[in-house]
Design a protein around this ligand. Structure first.
Ligand SMILES: Cc1ncc(COP(=O)(O)O)c(C=O)c1O
Length: 437
């Protein structure tokens, strides 16, 4: 077995013009030029690839339930009025003021970082007052997660397992793998109850090697829409403590689960108050509607101010060769909104209106399925929270929805509820009933 691996590896190592290529199917030098003729086409991204297929579809009633981006009841993207107002104020400050285009430092804009951690840690803000946070503005949630994984790879070790929920957001797996981490999963979702597999989760936390890394979605779990209750979080927290596990929290939906950003941060705050030195990746893509601006915040709780300073120096060393420094515009918008009491209040109600519309669509979808005569139990559609509904539809049913009804969703049956509107919900319920009856 081993020798065949070695033979294969050496067969793949070709000498070309003094350079050697040891990648499976890389660029090669042939017939006097560097050619990519052996580089195969990669598969389309499972989520973003859906968008391309949807865009090519010319059917009038087509529905895109793939990408997790908020849409209003007309199916249109929504720029939050608080965001527009902040943008207007920034421009009014002029080119030499807040609207200048100079580089930010490696860790981004200070006002943003300060506001961002206060927004997340809130009542657990003792770690902020004590200077125990190492904070960096990053490239949205993906950038924060990837930075965390690079940090673990360098300072914890690539052989220490990182446990992710099964299932999780599709991008988590390649993010950790590309950072070289040893990926494991823990039980999270119970198909039979269409809810949390709490016992399975606890068993897996317990059975993992002491000092492993555990990743959790801080709220509005993607794709299942199933979160632990605060009492369950308490139990998880003490188990994690008992096992000396490290905790990574991905918070991409603060405000989207309940409509209240403070409520959605409860698990995070409780974990910090329980003494977990977490790493947190915040995204402002969904809750502020700033998707393409790539606004995010990485923060890490340290044992002391001095430790936080040392950690931050290493975080800068990780960031600098990757992208030097983060983009400034979106971060300034978030800082302006969060730091102005009136705009801040306005944002809370706008975020709530997004969450409320999604909750209304859950109710409408369930009642329309019942109207269609579906005898299946669709309670989970209204019980799950956040942007997604893990419908329970299987890959064949998902294919039929696409091929027969022009309705697009990921193969695992995940529905982005933001794509459901009062105008398309009847058609959607009809199609779901037809493929699932
Ligand atoms: C669970 C989860 N984490 C992180 C992200 C990162 O998103 P972004 O990089 O756009 O902030 C997403 C986006 O869909 C997500 O669902």
């Amino acid at each position: 077995m081993r020798s065949s691996v070695i033979r294969r590896a050496s067969a793949l190592t070709r000498r070309t013009n003094g350079f050697s290529s040891n990648v499976a199917a890389g660029i090669r030098f042939a017939s006097g030029r560097w050619t990519a003729d052996k580089v195969p086409a990669g598969p389309a991204d499972p989520i973003l690839g859906l968008n391309d297929a949807f865009n090519k579809d010319t059917f009038e009633k087509k529905i895109n339930l793939g990408v997790g981006a908020y849409r209003d009841d007309n199916g249109k993207p929504w720029v939050l009025p608080s965001v527009k107002e902040a943008e207007k104020r920034l421009i009014e400050k002029g080119w030499n003021g807040a609207y200048q285009k100079e580089y930010a430092g490696i860790t981004g804009i200070k006002e943003f970082n300060d506001a961002s951690v206060l927004f997340a840690y809130g009542s657990a803000g003792k770690v902020i007052e004590e200077g125990r946070l190492a904070v960096a503005q990053v490239l949205s949630g993906t950038g924060g997660g990837r930075l965390a994984f690079e940090f673990y790879a360098r300072f914890v070790g690539k052989n220490v397992p990182i446990y992710m929920p099964d299932p999780t957001w599709a991008n988590h797996l390649p993010m950790a793998k590309d950072a070289g981490l040893s990926l494991q999963t823990y039980r999270y979702y119970d198909k039979n109850t269409v809810g949390l597999d709490f016992n399975g989760l606890c068993e897996d936390v317990n059975n993992a090697k002491d000092g492993s890394i555990f990743m959790f979605h801080a709220c509005a779990h993607n794709p299942t829409g199933v979160d632990p209750t605060i009492e369950q979080w308490k139990e998880i927290s003490s188990l994690l403590k008992k096992k000396n596990h490290m905790v990574f929290l991905d918070m991409a939906y603060q405000g989207f689960a309940s409509g209240d950003a403070d409520e959605d941060a409860r698990a995070l705050r409780m974990l910090v108050e329980d003494g977990h030195d977490i790493i947190l990746a915040q995204s402002f893509a969904k809750n502020f509607g700033l998707y393409g601006e790539r606004v995010g915040c990485f923060s890490m709780v340290a044992g002391s101010k001095n430790e936080a300073e040392r950690l931050l120096s290493q975080i800068k060393i990780l960031i600098r060769p990757m992208y030097s420094n983060p983009p400034i515009h979106g971060a300034r918008i978030v800082a302006t909104v969060l730091n102005d009491p009136a705009l801040n209040k306005q944002w809370y109600s706008e975020c709530k209106s997004m969450a409320d519309r999604i909750i209304d669509m859950r109710k409408l979808l369930k009642s329309n399925l019942e109207k269609e005569g579906s005898t299946r139990n669709w309670d989970h559609v209204v019980k799950q929270i956040g942007m997604f509904c893990f419908s329970g539809l299987n890959p064949e049913q998902v294919d039929r929805l696409k091929n027969e009804y022009h309705i697009y969703m990921t193969k695992n049956g995940r529905i982005s509820m933001a794509g459901v509107t009062s105008k398309n919900v009847e058609y959607l319920a009809h199609a779901m009933h037809q493929v699932s009856k």
